[in-house]
Design a protein around this ligand. Structure first.
Ligand code: PLP
Length: 387
């Protein structure tokens, strides 16, 4: 890690006690859109906030260090981060993307492809033959999302980024589901890492934001210049709040994943549940890989109810501690029904190919007491068993 400090030290304290004006321990927020030129033709370190802002830069510096990258660019959403990370693609270029990625990502790539910005091939990256066939088409970019949303498939980052590079492609990894506290794709070969900072990095469900982290400084500079040109850089207030969230990233994620592991084991043993998708379970096909490439199994999981859609209705109507809502990574536990919520933007055929069934529910596990969450799920599953 940068300066030889542990990642959790960087998360908690990068930039703390650096204020030269008043000695503020916590860096002040800089909301000014514009900055005074000290003299004619002599701008200071900042001139206009779309291009550069001290609060946003503080967050970018912290996230770049956590991901082991040369530079991070903070933008207005995770979608903006993905679009920026893919901005090198030209008409005729091929993008290889996961067949079971976040629904909004699927929509973005499909719509860009439909408008001729680039071509996209959605591929199951855990299927060796399908991946090899896609790489033989000489893609310019390979996008990885692991664990995937919502089925928690685990992709071998080192292997796929290695194959991508051998095929001459840029390797981009969406690290939203784990955060740099649990996975650092650049160390495993990624050229770019993408985040919806809306999720674990901010962690309090009150900011929409995104980040692209580049392994290479000149690529990072180019992306920063493009983000300024198209005007997608994030706001200083969002950066301030997100940095405050990052301060507690490690303790939040560690507590959340501990509870997630307990909930996964409970669900796995319940007769109303047909299948649990959580890499922490020894039965998960990606368990060994997750153990090797992640430093924890994370706080996201999904499960399929034996009773299908009727059981889903009974569960969500009964839950009281979990909230039925999209998004993830906050301090509060959420439950979502991917087919009608987060992945509604995918057409039914694409959902079927990805394996997203009507009986699937996704949990984002928060910081509540484990017993309260277990009791809530237990009540709801009893209700599902009665339908
Ligand atoms: N990537 C993943 C894996 C996501 O789950 C999401 C949103 O849920 C995004 C990207 C998009 O992020 P945002 O909602 O901040 O645009």
């Amino acid at each position: 890690m940068a300066d030889g400090r542990a990642a959790r030290t960087i998360a908690a304290t990068n930039g703390v006690a650096q204020d030269t004006a008043f000695g503020a321990v916590i860096a002040p927020i800089h909301l000014s859109t514009t900055y005074k030129f000290p003299a004619f033709e002599k701008p200071g370190p900042y001139d206009y906030s779309r291009l550069g802002n001290p609060t946003r830069d503080q967050l970018a510096d912290t996230i770049a260090k956590l991901e082991g990258g040369a530079r991070a660019v903070m933008v207005s959403s995770g979608m903006a981060a993905l679009d920026l990370a893919l901005s090198s693609l030209r008409p005729g270029d091929l993008l290889v993307a996961p067949h079971d990625c976040y629904g909004g990502t699927h929509r973005l790539l499909s719509m860009r492809a439909a408008r001729g910005y680039y071509a996209v091939a959605f591929v199951d990256q855990t299927d060796e033959a399908a991946l090899a066939a896609a790489l033989a088409r000489r893609p310019k970019v390979v996008l990885v999302e692991t664990p995937s949303n919502p089925l928690m498939r685990v992709v071998d980052i080192r292997r796929v980024t290695g194959l991508a590079k051998a095929a001459g492609a840029l390797a981009v990894v969406d690290n939203t589901f784990l955060s740099p506290a649990l996975q650092q794709p650049i160390a495993l070969g990624a050229d770019l890492v993408v985040h919806s900072t809306t999720k674990f990095l901010n962690g309090h469900s009150d900011v929409i934001g995104g980040a692209v982290i580049a392994a290479d400084a000149s690529v990072g500079e180019e992306l920063a210049a493009w983000a300024n040109t198209i005007g997608v850089t994030g706001s200083p207030l969002d950066a301030y709040l997100t940095l405050r969230g990052v301060r507690t990233l490690f303790v939040r994620v560690e507590a959340q994943q501990r509870t997630a592991g307990a909930l996964a084991a409970f669900l796995d043993a319940h007769p109303a549940v047909a299948r649990v998708h959580y890499p922490g379970l020894a039965s998960h096909p990606g368990h060994a890989l997750a153990k090797a490439q992640q430093s924890g199994f994370g706080a996201m999981l999904s499960f399929e109810l034996a009773g299908g859609l009727d059981a889903v209705r009974a569960v969500v109507a009964t839950l009281q501690v979990f909230t039925l809502a999209e998004s993830l990574g906050g301090v509060e536990s959420l439950i979502a029904h991917p087919p009608t919520m987060t992945h509604a933007a995918m057409d039914p055929e694409a959902r079927a190919i990805a394996g997203i069934t009507d009986g699937l529910l996704r949990l984002s596990v928060g910081l509540e007491a484990e017993d309260d969450l277990l009791a809530d799920l237990s009540r709801a599953l009893d209700a599902a068993a009665r339908v």
